[in-house]
Design a protein around this ligand. Structure first.
Ligand SMILES: C[S@@+](CC[C@H](N)C(=O)[O-])C[C@H]1O[C@@H](n2cnc3c(N)ncnc32)[C@H](O)[C@@H]1O
Length: 234
């Protein structure tokens, strides 16, 4: 289901774009809080690699003069253009590995959330991402980590039940939103998708990302790990 080495592979989000978008907003809070603190207040150019349905576009658009969002999935981009259009955001259907300084210029922020576990050539991709940074530019990369690379379906199903019970008992979310999230979490297409994903362990994430971005700051957000690294001056 994951994006293969072939550049024409559209990935697996095409059939689940709408389901994913329903999932994205109610679960975005912790990452949004982290991003508010870590993203530069303002800057000329930002790129969102694997932007999906444009969940982060508003924040990026409010801080950067020009934002490029790339994704291989046209259905995801259609939602982004329909629901999260901004005059200074350009959504383009492209493989994130094809964004290059030679053709796209350099960026003051390179951002990616939950997309890099889909690329088969992670180290090469990370080196490419580093090459996109302008002097003193910042990279913020976020992805899912797990205690084992293939998380079984029953774990996701059990987690969906734990989440809805905690949401309702602790009034963590409005009941309607908690039930909607539960429906998404147990949607067969969503379960098929997440069980086919393969993730790094936390220590592997630090080792592999840290080898390309030495001295990076890491931050844990539930089942995800985030990296923040600043490029040196020219
Ligand atoms: C889990 S979604 C995350 C979307 C968005 N970043 C967010 O946080 O809501 C992963 C996205 O990565 C995209 N993707 C996977 N492989 C890609 C690639 N090689 N180039 C560009 N996008 C890719 C998928 O199409 C999907 O939209």
């Amino acid at each position: 289901v994951r994006a293969s080495g072939a550049r024409q592979d559209t990935g697996s989000f095409d059939p689940i774009a709408a389901v994913f978008d329903r999932y994205a907003e109610p679960t975005g809070g912790p990452l949004d809080d982290y991003l508010l603190g870590v993203l530069p207040e303002r800057g000329p150019r930002a790129v969102d690699l694997g932007c999906g349905s444009g969940r982060h576009a508003s924040l990026l658009a409010s801080r950067f003069r020009q934002v490029l969002g790339v994704d291989v999935s046209e259905p995801m981009l259609a939602i982004a253009r329909g629901r999260r259009a901004h005059p200074n955001v350009s959504y383009q259907r492209r493989d994130l590995r094809d964004v290059r300084a030679e053709t796209d210029g350099r960026f003051d922020l390179v951002f990616s959330a939950y997309a890099l576990h889909h690329v088969p050539d992670l180290q090469e991709t990370l080196r490419g991402i580093r090459a996109l940074l302008a002097p003193r530019g910042r990279v913020v990369l976020v992805d899912v980590v797990a205690h084992r690379p293939d998380v079984p379906r029953r774990w996701f199903a059990a987690q969906a039940i734990r989440t809805v019970l905690t949401d309702l008992a602790g009034r963590r979310r409005p009941p309607g939103e908690a039930l909607e999230l539960f429906r998404v979490n147990v949607h067969p297409a969503w379960l098929d998708h997440v069980t086919a994903d393969r993730f790094l362990r936390r220590d592997e994430f630090v080792e592999r990302y840290g080898s390309v971005f030495p001295g990076a700051r890491f931050h844990d957000l539930y089942r995800t790990r985030a990296l923040c690294w600043d490029a040196p001056p020219a």
